[in-house]
Design a protein around this ligand. Structure first.
Ligand SMILES: [Zn+2]
Length: 232
């Protein structure tokens, strides 16, 4: 594995432009669990995140939606870890980050080259009057003073990706000679489809605990933290 890590680090050094594609595995070291593995209980019925995190639940069972996101998704005290920090260093020199994470930890780490593909949990607003709402107000209630329902600006199951976000992500991938996938099993579309827009001669590395389904990436099947610890 050491020689593979050396080879990855060498590619990182020689690349002209790097795009990182990251997922939940980056934030687990900050104590944020993958919410996709959680279920919610509602009137004694076990419900999957796909059902709960939908526009239908948000609008018709807002108390369930609110309870689920507060119990399973918000970790306001979480701090960025070494992976976030190393990615910032590289992005500042020559790169960009497209993340599926909605926890704001890349922004907290000081990354100014981050695109949040699925939005973020702290962009909170009222669905009726569109006024921004502070996290501590949303924590107390999902009901806005205008009578509307408050929601976080994350992409729910069944909702589309913001067109500007999508366009910018495609542009980043298509102009990079190195793409590094970190901490994601890379199965959620359209995120996973971004790879289709890479340059034909670009290199693709994947650092993840489990192998992803692709034959175009060099894979280091390990906790990504181990690899980033090797970066000077
Ligand atoms: Zn309102």
């Amino acid at each position: 594995m050491t020689s593979k890590i050396d080879s990855f680090i060498s590619d990182l050094k020689t690349a002209n432009k790097v795009t990182f594609l990251t997922g939940a595995g980056v934030s687990t070291h900050s104590g944020i669990p993958d919410y996709r593995s959680k279920n919610g209980i509602y009137h004694g019925v076990n419900m999957s995140p796909e059902i709960i995190l939908s526009p239908d639940t948000l609008l018709h069972r807002p108390e369930l939606f609110h309870q689920f996101v507060m119990n399973n998704m918000y970790f306001p005290d979480a701090k960025p870890n070494l992976i976030h920090q190393k990615i910032v260093q590289i992005c500042n020199q020559k790169g960009e980050l497209i993340t599926q994470n909605i926890d704001c930890l890349d922004t907290k780490a000081g990354n100014k080259h981050v695109t949040e593909f699925h939005g973020n949990l702290y962009n909170i607003y009222c669905t009726k009057c569109h006024q921004k709402v502070a996290f501590n107000s949303y924590q107390k209630s999902y009901k806005h003073e205008c009578g509307g329902i408050i929601r976080p600006g994350i992409v729910l199951y069944g909702e589309g990706i913001d067109s500007q976000v999508l366009e910018h992500s495609l542009q980043a991938v298509s102009t990079s000679d190195l793409i590094v996938i970190v901490g994601t099993s890379f199965v959620v579309y359209p995120f996973a489809g971004l790879l289709n827009y890479r340059q034909a001669n670009s290199k693709v590395w994947c650092l993840n605990k489990t192998k992803i389904q692709t034959d175009i990436a060099e894979q280091i099947t390990t906790d990504a933290l181990k690899v980033f610890q090797e970066l000077s």
